[in-house]
Design a binder for this molecule. Structure first.
Ligand code: ZN
Length: 382
């Protein structure tokens, strides 16, 4: 895309007087006193026609290689495709392993993340899985963060869950120290992305780790905080202490009956309780498994999908307009800040051109641009 800066007093450093400067990508393309004629150049003009222009969504938890497998191999969920993310408006998915790190591996996850990048998305990943000691690509968590570009932390590490490694405080502390060191050396923010289960201890292990250590609270980024009312209450208090916490948008009627708070209700509860809006995030858990019931019997699993992100915004647009703005922030700028993706999640000068066009009447996502490249135009994948 071309940018024309008109009527600047230009010092190059010699004085050129009043000039026009044309910038293309990262380069100055032309400097001159005459009007720069753009006729014939690939200057694209888009008429948004009143549609909304939003930052591309940043999804802090996805399982692009699939997940599940609980209850046997028959319950494994399938891989996600780039189109699944693009049609959901997710331009920056973060991939993770989950419960299963035996027959799913970080090598395969890395390959999938690089495939998503090759197809135009800004994809990232966590090392590790539910388990401690963490699975790594290089044999060392800090090395993964320093040497492997898409690795931005460890996750989703399970705590307060029967499927976790039942980690000790010292094990969690050591894990976080490695992430902190890796982040310090690589210039990444570094994040310990924590899967929270229904266990009694809730967010308690994070406080135990922080007490008596020099680790910053911001390292610890818990998800599934809307899993039960107690955990949501704890997470609201946690966010008020200056950290980030993540609400899972994918749920089912059965999970809600079992205690899940739907994402928008959780967001509203947190805001009404005085949690800082900019520290609340929404993620899809796409590729993760959701239990499927018939007449109260577990009959299998279905797969969560990235489109739950877009559907959450559409639901706010339709039924809870006061939550539209906080939802957009929780889908974009807030997770970008939590993850340290400094070029993502906002529409501002110098940042990546990750943009969505949305029809406010229908809620339809019509266009998706990632890093200046159209991936969806007028509803058609490019
Ligand atoms: Zn999880």
């Amino acid at each position: 895309m071309l940018t024309l800066i008109q009527n600047a007093e230009v010092f190059a450093p010699e004085s050129l007087g009043r000039c026009n400067v044309l910038v293309a990508g990262a380069q100055i393309l032309a400097v001159g006193q005459d009007n720069i004629d753009l006729a014939g150049d690939p200057l694209q003009v888009i008429d948004a026609g009143g549609r909304w222009l939003l930052p591309g969504f940043v999804d802090a938890l996805t399982h692009p290689c699939g997940g599940g497998g609980e209850g046997g191999f028959g319950n494994r969920t399938p891989e996600l495709e780039a189109a699944d993310f693009i049609r959901a408006g997710v331009t920056s998915p973060v991939g993770a392993l989950g419960t299963d790190s035996i027959v799913r591996s970080l090598d395969v996850l890395y390959g999938k993340v690089m495939e998503l990048r090759a197809k135009g998305l800004s994809a990232w990943m966590y090392s590790g899985s539910y388990r401690i000691p963490p699975l790594t690509l290089t044999g060392d968590l800090a090395r993964d963060m320093v040497l492997i570009d898409p690795v931005i932390g460890v996750g989703e590490v399970a705590i307060s869950d029967h499927r976790s490694s039942q980690p000790t405080v010292q094990e969690l502390r050591r894990l976080a120290a490695d992430v902190h060191l890796g982040g310090t050396l690589s210039g990444k923010r570094g994040v310990v992305f924590l899967h929270l289960g229904d266990g009694q201890s809730g967010l308690g292990p994070i406080e135990d780790v922080l007490q008596g250590s020099e680790l910053p609270r911001r390292l610890f980024y818990p998800t599934h905080i809307n899993r039960n009312p107690d955990l949501l209450e704890q997470a609201i208090a946690y966010v008020k202490r200056g950290a980030f916490a993540d609400i899972t948008v994918s749920t089912t009627d059965e999970l809600v009956q079992a205690g899940d708070t739907p994402a928008l209700a959780a967001l509203r509860a947190a805001l009404e309780a005085g949690a800082p809006a900019e520290h609340l995030t929404l993620s899809s858990d796409a590729g993760g498994s959701l239990p499927l019931y018939q007449k109260g019997e577990l009959v299998g699993l279905q797969s969560a999908l990235p489109v739950a992100m877009l559907e959450t915004l559409q639901s706010a647009m339709r039924d809870e307009p006061d939550l539209v703005q906080p939802s957009i922030a929780a889908l974009s700028a807030n997770p970008a800040a939590a993850l340290g993706l400094v070029r993502k999640g906002r529409i501002a000068q110098g940042l990546d051109a990750d943009l969505l066009l949305l029809d406010p009447a229908s809620g339809e996502l019509t266009d998706v641009m990632c890093q200046g490249r159209w991936l969806l135009r007028e509803g058609v994948l490019q």
